[in-house]
Ligand binder design. Sequence first.
Ligand SMILES: NC(=O)c1ccc[n+]([C@@H]2O[C@H](COP(=O)([O-])OP(=O)(O)OC[C@H]3O[C@@H](n4cnc5c(N)ncnc54)[C@H](OP(=O)(O)O)[C@@H]3O)[C@@H](O)[C@H]2O)c1
Length: 255
Amino acid sequence: MVTSSDRTHARAVVVTGGGTGIGRAAACAFAERGDRVLVVGRSEPTLRETADTHPRILHLVADICEPQGPGTVVDTALERLGGLDVLVNNAATASFADLPGLEHESVQAQVQTNLVAPILLTQKALKALEASGGVVVNVGSAGALGLRSLPGNAVYGATKAALDHLTRTWAVELADRGVRVVGIAPGLIDTGVGVRAGMTREAYDDFLAGMTPRIPSGRVGAPEEIGNWVVRLSEPEASYVNGTVVTIDGGLSVT
Ligand SMILES: NC(=O)c1ccc[n+]([C@@H]2O[C@H](COP(=O)([O-])OP(=O)(O)OC[C@H]3O[C@@H](n4cnc5c(N)ncnc54)[C@H](OP(=O)(O)O)[C@@H]3O)[C@@H](O)[C@H]2O)c1
C-alpha cells in the first residue's frame, strides 16, 4: 500500500553519468520531484552544468572503473546525502567495431564501464539500499533486447544484455532484503552521445535522420522521455515492478 507520505518522501539518489544526456535528464527529474541527487562522472564541467540546474543536485568527479571508484561514490552519497534510496546505473561507453576491428582497450573499457562498474557499485550500495528499502535502476539498451543482434556494436550490446540479466537475477536475490531492481531499455535518444564520441553534429544528425523512418512513433526520443521513466520506476507507486526491463523506444523494437 502506497501512502501519501511515501510519495512525498525526499530520497537520496545517485545517478552515474549524470553530467550528460539521459543521466542529466533523470537527475533533473529527481530533483524536481524533491529528491537529493549526487551525479557522478569524470568530467567536472558537464557535472557542474547539471548541478547548476538545481540546488538539490550535488556532483562528484569519479571514475567508476577505478578500483576505489564504486566505494568513493557510495561513501560520498552516504556522507553528503545522508543515505541512499535509489542507485541509477546509467554511465556507459560504446565504440563501434566489427569482430576483426575490435581493440582490446575498447573491449575492456566497455565491459568495465557498462558491466563491472554497475556490479561493484550495486554491491557497495547494498547495505545502504537494504536500510532504506531502496531501488536499483539499470539503464540498458533496446538494441540489445531478446534475440536481436547489434552488428558493429556487439560488445556494447553484450554488456547491456548482461546488465538486463543482472536486473532479473538481482531482483530475485535481493527481494528478501527489501531491495527492488528494475531496468530501462531506451531506444534511439538524441543525447548528443555521437558528438561526444567524435562524430560531427552533422554526421550525428544524419545518423538520427536515417534511423527515424524505422521508428513507429516517427521520431527520435528526447532524454527527458527516459529520465522521467527512471524516476517513475523508482517511486513507491511502482513497488510491484521488479526484475522487469521496461522498453521505451517509440516502438522500434517491435518492428
Ligand atoms: N542515447 C541513446 O540513444 C541510448 C540508447 C540506448 C541506451 N542508452 C544508454 O543510456 C545511458 C545514457 O546514455 P547517453 O546517451 O545519455 O550517453 P552519454 O551522454 O554519453 O552518457 C554517458 C555518461 O557516462 C559517463 N561515464 C562514462 N564512463 C564513465 C566512467 N568510467 N566513470 C564515470 N562516469 C562515466 C559520462 O561522463 P564522463 O565522460 O564525464 O565520465 C557520461 O556522462 C547509457 O547507459 C547508454 O548506454 C542510450
